[in-house]
Design a protein. Structure first.
Length: 99
């Protein structure tokens, strides 16, 4: 038997796959979006861009922007009882719509 690979994107076939209408590269406006400090943001991984991508376990979570680190944002996310800080580029973040 061959030993199974346990890489960064293992077990993410469904989670990181795009719908048919979303396939291809993302719009440039998503890369250029800016977040203010203290703003809430959803973590939605764009599988077509590997740079600045968080671990798939954080896909779908909501965090608070703490500041910038280079071109990426420092995001605080609560996972269980722990608070974790993630470094994520803006193409993997979405602004929360307030209705």
């Amino acid at each position: 038997m061959v030993k199974r690979s346990k890489g960064f994107r293992s077990k993410t076939r469904k989670k990181l796959s795009k719908r048919v209408r979303e396939r291809g590269l993302t719009p440039i406006t998503r890369i250029l979006q800016e977040f203010a400090e203290g703003e809430k943001a959803n973590i939605v991984i764009d599988s077509s861009l590997l740079k600045g991508q968080p671990h798939p376990r954080f896909h779908g979570l909501t965090g608070t922007v703490l500041g910038m680190q280079g071109q990426a944002y420092l995001i605080s996310v609560k996972v269980g009882k722990k608070v974790k800080e993630l470094i994520i580029r803006p193409e993997h973040l979405r602004k929360i719509r307030v209705t």
